[in-house]
Design a protein around this ligand. Structure first.
Ligand code: DNO
Length: 344
């Protein structure tokens, strides 16, 4: 495995040098942030990011994310142009040494939480989700914590309207159409596509969500068997679905897991949770079991410590401060080292 760390580009308050100082850090996971969704990422912008990373001896082999235009998810006639652009971005990333692209196929919204600073007894704080609170929100007039509000209210309303009546099956077909369109670019460049699960893994505001657990993985791989079609195994997203057996899934799909996001949850109600420190003992997910299962299954991808808490007085980007993610990386390094030696 290769340990990595998410870095939000030049506006990230965490310097690359600090990331480099975390033991065993091979590189960063980043993105071109100033290109509108759907447009081609030019080589110059990619190269610039790469040279900043290389100046700190960090690799840039993983991109999170190249976002998918809503027209693709909606299956609109304009999708072919956006798919061609996406394929062009893949080719440009390939020329710059990128090996893996993380993306998601959630309609309109990415991850959703209801509180970004839920305080724990020890004074740390983290993200949390309370289903009842989310249900009270009006999706047409949404101001969600952490959500980038990239849509104006009118645009958002139009978009929600466009999705009305869309079934899970239709959305899935649109995903397959997209993947079939970009797989030739992956074959050419060797880039692996790693879909991120829906977070949390259930429908939101009547919008279908389709990458939620083992059944969706089976369907996904049988629809697009190409070896470059794989997943980002996000323990926090999948783990919020109480039916998902993460340990079983980690081993079963290890050879299609190109990227692992590892984090911990503490269950609060049937659908409610608070994020916690990465240690197995700190929450309900068996982080040790997941790492062991990945190694047993022959996992050979990238890992990053996902969402950390705010600790030691840090007021970092929610989920993405330095300290707790660095502790997470150290913990995960230890687990991998122990398990790899044990199973040798
Ligand atoms: C949140 C992240 C997600 C993820 C995207 C991938 O912390 O895990 O925003 O980057 O869903 O496309």
């Amino acid at each position: 495995m290769k340990m990595t760390f998410r870095w939000y580009g030049e506006t990230d308050t965490i310097p690359l040098q600090y990331i480099r100082q975390i033991p065993n850090m091979s590189g960063v996971v980043t993105a071109v942030y100033d290109e509108p969704v759907g447009e081609v990422w030019g080589i110059e912008k990619i190269e610039r990011l790469k040279s900043l990373c290389e100046a700190e001896a960090l690799e840039m082999e993983v991109i999170e994310s190249v976002p998918v235009h809503e027209d693709i998810k909606l299956g609109r006639p304009t999708r072919d142009r956006y798919i061609a652009n996406y394929a062009e971005t893949i080719r440009n990333l390939g020329k710059c040494g990128v090996k893996c692209i993380c993306y998601n196929f959630m309609p309109v919204f990415d991850w959703l939480r209801t509180n970004l600073h839920t305080e724990a007894a020890d004074g740390s704080n983290s993200l949390s989700y309370t289903h009842e609170e989310l249900m009270k929100l009006d999706p047409k007039n949404l101001h969600l914590p952490g959500w980038d509000e990239s849509y104006k209210t009118d645009e958002l309303n139009e978009l929600l309207e466009a999705y009305s009546g869309m079934t899970h099956e239709q959305l899935f077909e649109n995903l397959v159409y997209f993947l079939k369109g970009i797989m030739p670019a992956c074959d050419e460049t060797g880039i692996n596509m790693a879909i991120h699960p829906d977070d949390p893994p259930w429908d939101m505001f009547g919008l279908p969500r389709i990458i939620t657990g083992a059944d969706s993985y089976d369907k996904f791989f049988s629809a697009v068997p190409n070896r470059h079609n794989g997943v980002t195994f996000c323990t926090g997203s999948l783990g919020a679905g109480r039916d998902n057996n993460l340990v079983e899934m980690a081993e079963k799909y290890a050879d299609r897991i190109f990227f692992a996001h590892i984090r911990q949850l503490k269950f609060k109600g049937e659908l409610d949770f608070t994020e916690a420190g990465h240690l197995t003992k700190s929450g309900n997910l068996d982080i040790y079991g997941v790492v062991k299962a990945l190694v047993k299954g022959g996992f050979d991808g990238y890992v990053r410590p996902d969402h950390g808490r705010n600790i030691w007085g840090e007021d970092g980007k929610p989920g993405y401060g330095l300290y707790d993610r660095a502790l997470g990386a150290a913990y995960l390094n230890g687990l991998f080292e122990a398990v790899e030696n044990e199973l040798k």
